[in-house]
Design a binder for this molecule. Structure first.
Ligand code: GDP
Ligand code: K
Ligand code: MG
Length: 300
């Protein structure tokens, strides 16, 4: 099967560097429709020769012992900190996720800026598509005396994490090998969930129920992701939802949740959801950030 892999990450995390390492030729270069934001699609190049396979099949990172050829395209999306479209770039990414057919997500994460980067990662996990994390800039993190225990990060998130240095290409073969390993969408969706508190959780269920009642269609994205993005104020997701659910229902529910969160938390829904993710990230970092090099670090 040909994979269409969306390359998503914060600005300046090495997306273009990684794109150039993983692709050989452009399948397409142009602009995203309606905006002057560059669209680049490249054909993945084979990075592992069958004779070398044993070196790159690392059981701990999730790859099975057998080499699988990776036939597919990589789509270089604009760098974003969140999916909530306040800028053109974020709008392009949200629009892409809702409307374009893609099979997998490759999330590039800056190891030296983990806390900031993981906000996007959590939203991509909620998306429920097969997801691999390319943990980039591990050399920069090391210069700061910081080591990310990527195996533990992978265990916690239940997502494959491959350390890379996109500038030199280190780790890229392992990354390709990991992406070639198939796993199901439901596995990602069930892998991990943040609990957003009873007000938000109840409201998510109401959106989920309304979607089930209003359409028999298979949704392109999980109802939970759509609901969370809607409550964060993602206007592209709102537009999508109101093609299925009547907008008075959405507006009324949003208002109720807004009032409830204001009353109990004295903040906006958007900030509340941000803070919930941040709390989780803080506790995660305690577990995965180390100041001495673990044995397994072989990249630098
Ligand atoms: P993008 O904005 O996400 O597309 O990031 P770029 O690929 O343009 O990279 C931003 C800068 O970081 C460039 O100067 C790259 O050479 C550099 N860079 C990318 N990956 C790495 C890495 O793993 N280590 C180091 N030290 N620099 C990197
Ligand atoms: K730069
Ligand atoms: Mg770039």
């Amino acid at each position: 099967m040909m994979k269409k892999i969306a390359l998503i990450g914060n600005p300046n995390t090495g997306k273009t560097s990684l794109f150039n390492q993983l692709t050989s030729s452009y399948a397409y270069v142009g602009n995203w429709s309606g905006v002057t934001v560059e669209k680049k699609v490249g054909k993945l190049k084979p990075l592992v020769h069958p004779g070398e396979l044993s070196k790159y099949t690392d059981g701990a990172s999730g790859a099975s012992g057998q080499f699988r050829d990776l036939d597919g395209e990589l789509i270089d999306l604009p760098g974003v900190y969140t999916l909530n479209p306040l800028t053109n770039d974020e709008a392009v990414v949200s629009q892409f996720l809702i409307n374009e057919p893609f099979t997998d997500v490759l999330n590039i994460v800056d190891a030296s800026q983990l806390q900031r980067n993981l906000h996007l990662t959590l939203q991509l996990i909620e998306l429920g598509k097969p997801l691999v994390i390319g943990l980039n800039m591990v050399d920069v993190a090391k210069q700061h005396g910081m080591y990310i225990n990527y195996k533990r990060l992978s265990q916690k998130l239940k997502i494959p994490v491959i350390p890379i240095i996109a500038r030199t290409g280190k780790g890229c073969r392992q990354l390709t090998q990991q992406m070639a390993t198939t796993y199901t969408e439901t596995k990602t969706a069930q892998s991990f969930q943040i609990y957003y508190g009873h007000i938000i959780e109840k409201a998510i269920t109401r959106i989920e129920n309304e979607l089930t009642a209003k359409t028999k269609k298979r949704l392109p994205l999980p109802a939970r992701w759509l609901a969370l993005q809607f409550f964060e104020g993602n206007s592209r997701v709102y537009d999508y939802l109101q093609s299925i659910i009547a907008s008075p229902f959405l507006d009324q529910l949003y208002k109720e949740v807004q009032i409830a969160i204001k009353k109990t938390e004295s903040q906006t829904i958007h900030h509340y959801i941000y803070r919930k993710r941040n709390q989780y990230i803080q506790s995660l970092l305690v577990d995965v950030e180390e100041t001495t090099a673990p044995q397994a670090t072989t990249l630098t």
